[in-house]
Design a protein around this ligand. Structure first.
Ligand SMILES: [Zn+2]
Length: 363
């Protein structure tokens, strides 16, 4: 249930650091974003150059200037649970402390400031503010909008304002988890020759895993690093029984030049001669190409004066990629401080990021 107390309206005319503080003081842990979504919707509806749509606690605002390209600026408005770190606090060194300062209300503040201050961008703009990013994937608001209104997310290039320490992180690797099962026949371990040992039958799988050599392909100029690892193993009935079943859980992290189908085919093929009795796909989410060859992306890199680096973990850029929109992460927060009780951001970096984005969108 949403128990967020009533809050004052959001003032988008203050600078991005002050706006970040106001957003942090507007608590919105996952599942309690309604009041903040209301405030963002109200503030955006006051801007005549934007049309505003809403789906649940997700708000999408767009310009319609007929520009040749459309760029999406997206951010989640939820935070992890508050840990005594709200309201925000600005210290004498200019550091802003509080839940969400880094992940990712400083990014949301930059989005809102661009919405407020760039009525005639050189590329059409779509602003996406979504809920439930910090919880289970099926709750993710960006996913819900993508399912219900994919047209709201149409675009040529997307920037997610997730913390990257001012760097640009492009694309992300896909992740596939499979259960490789071997079977045998139970017998008393005193008469093992009467049965067949399913754990021993898993030995070829482990040997193949140990011998695996990762591929490190360059995709759109970024070097990725794949990984194929056992992340679990299960087998055994009792200490005096030859086990009849064994499962090796394998996680394949793969570069975004493979489609999910190709990734699965690779894993099936890699273990094809290992005597596996059952191959079960437990979980699978595709990666995302960084799309850095797109002219908009090149202009973006130049404007923010950053070099792109690959993202190895899975992020919401993959949701955009699935919609055919290349996407990167960029914002001033330090990702190593995300979700920490002492979460913080250097306040001056927030208007700096805003200025760089504005330069990109107005030059
Ligand atoms: Zn985040």
């Amino acid at each position: 249930m949403d128990q967020t107390p009533a809050q004052p309206p959001l003032d988008l005319t203050v600078d991005a650091a002050a706006l970040t503080a106001a957003l942090v003081d507007f608590p919105s842990p996952s599942g309690q974003e309604k009041a903040l979504a209301d405030a963002i919707e109200t503030a955006l509806r006051a801007l005549p150059h934007l049309t505003v749509d809403r789906h649940g606690n997700n708000v999408v605002a767009r310009t319609h200037l007929g520009r040749a390209e459309r760029v999406i600026l997206a951010g989640h408005i939820d935070t992890v649970p508050i840990a005594g770190n709200v309201p925000s606090r600005l210290d004498e060194d200019g550091v802003l402390w509080g839940c969400g300062t880094c992940d990712m209300k400083s990014g949301v503040a930059v989005q809102l400031r661009i919405a407020q201050t760039v009525p005639e961008p050189n590329r059409d703009l779509t602003f996406v503010f979504y809920d439930n990013e910090e919880v289970a994937a099926h709750l993710n608001g960006l996913g819900h909008v993508a399912d219900a209104h994919p047209d709201w997310l149409a675009g040529d290039f997307a920037v997610l304002l997730e913390p990257t320490d001012g760097q640009v992180e492009g694309g992300c690797q896909g992740t596939l988890r499979v259960h490789l099962k071997t079977t045998g026949e139970r017998a008393h371990s005193a008469r093992a020759w009467m049965g067949s040992n399913a754990i021993h039958a898993a030995a070829p799988i482990l040997a193949k895993l140990a011998a695996y050599e990762p591929r490190t392909p360059v995709v759109d100029g970024l070097q990725y690093h794949e990984g194929l690892n056992a992340v679990g193993i299960e087998g055994g009935v009792a200490t005096n029984v030859i086990p009849d079943a064994c499962t090796v859980v394998v996680n394949f992290r793969y570069a975004p030049d493979r489609t999910p189908e190709e990734a699965e085919a690779f894993v099936r093929d890699y273990f094809a001669d290992c005597g596996i009795d059952e191959f079960v796909v437990d979980d699978h989410t595709g990666g995302a190409r960084p799309g850095l060859t797109h002219p908009s992306a090149q202009a973006f890199l130049a404007a923010v004066e950053a070099e792109a680096r690959p993202k190895f973990g899975w992020t919401d850029v993959a949701r955009f990629s699935a919609l055919g929109v290349p996407a990167v992460n960029y914002s001033p927060g330090d990702p190593l401080l995300a979700h920490k009780v002492n979460e913080r951001v250097k306040a001056s970096l927030i208007p700096e990021a805003e200025a760089k984005l504005r330069a990109w969108l107005t030059s």
